[in-house]
Write a protein that binds this ligand. Structure first.
Ligand SMILES: Nc1ncnc2c1ncn2[C@@H]1O[C@H](COP(=O)(O)OP(=O)(O)OP(=O)(O)O)[C@@H](O)[C@H]1O
Length: 269
């Protein structure tokens, strides 16, 4: 594994007991220091399973995962899986499972745009505030890799845009790599260095520009894909020069998982 690589999956497959076919098959992927990588795919395509397998929370049925020794990971699970009704203040929530000082708690809340909320009950937070508190907790152990599973679920459009801006700021400040699962194709693509399009297997992978032009992506996302393609044809106005990416020279490289039966021509329209 190269020194810039934080985590790498080789032929990763996950099958749930009793299911007739694997949820994800033969996924090869890696995340390098400081990269923002997004996983997109239809409902049920295995995105959360992929993330949880990378984190070691789900057993692989085939393949293996390499992690850099001592890799610090911050994880924000999908919101729907978190019990919000528990009677608990934000301050106490931030001290679970590892106790933090008041100063640390206040600093991280300030960082994620929810200063002074420590005494609030979790249940009394808005969706956007809760999401920022979850992010704050994930940042407390100074992760080198931050993993966010559908972090903007339930937020309105300005809330979504603001959240991704915050994520980019966190990356710029801390140098953490970020792996996100998202449905916000347009917004998330602008914030990503690399996109992985999943439908049980990796259908296509590459820069947002490459993926938005890939036939497999367009077949999966239809009209919505047209929007991202238009974005990259006419408004590719962001740059990633502030991040040293080892694979910059391979900006158009992308790989296909085995078993893909879609059109593999890589024409860019
Ligand atoms: N523990 C489990 N046991 C059995 N099947 C499971 C389990 N976890 C997930 N699945 C199934 O695996 C498939 C993929 O689920 P997963 O949550 O990874 O998809 P997803 O792409 O994240 O979906 P969504 O976009 O709806 O969140 C689904 O059909 C789901 O029902």
């Amino acid at each position: 594994m190269s020194s810039a690589t934080l985590i790498r999956a080789h032929g990763m497959s996950v099958a749930h007991p009793g299911a007739d076919r694997p949820v994800i098959s033969h996924v090869d992927m890696r995340i390098k220091r400081g990269e923002i990588v997004t996983v997109v795919g239809p409902n049920g395509s295995g995105k959360s399973t992929l993330v949880r397998a990378l984190l070691g929370q789900v057993m692989l049925s085939a393949g293996r995962i390499e992690r850099r020794a001592g890799l610090r990971i911050g994880y924000v699970p999908q919101r729907v899986h978190i019990e919000r009704a528990m009677p608990m203040t934000v301050r106490r929530f931030l001290s679970l499972p590892v106790r933090v000082s008041d100063a640390q708690a206040e600093a991280v809340m300030e960082r994620t745009g929810v200063p002074g909320l420590g005494s609030r009950q979790i249940v009394a937070l808005s969706g956007g505030q809760f999401q920022r508190v979850l992010l704050a907790r994930a940042l407390l152990n100074e992760p080198e890799l931050l993993v966010l599973d559908e972090p903007t679920q339930g937020l309105d459009q300005p809330g979504i845009v603001a959240f991704y801006k915050l994520i980019e700021d966190v990356r710029a400040e801390t140098g953490a790599a970020i792996l996100m699962v998202s449905h916000d194709l347009l917004v998330v693509m602008r914030a990503s260095d690399r996109v992985l399009c999943l439908n049980g297997h990796v259908c296509c992978e590459g820069t947002p520009e490459d993926v938005s032009a890939a036939p497999a992506y367009r077949a999966l996302f239809g009209a919505e894909a047209q929007g991202t393609l238009a974005l990259y044809r006419h408004h590719h106005d962001h740059d990633h020069d502030h991040v040293a990416l080892a694979d910059k020279g391979h900006a158009h490289a992308h790989v296909h998982g085995p078993g893909c039966d879609h059109d593999h021509s890589h024409a860019r329209g």
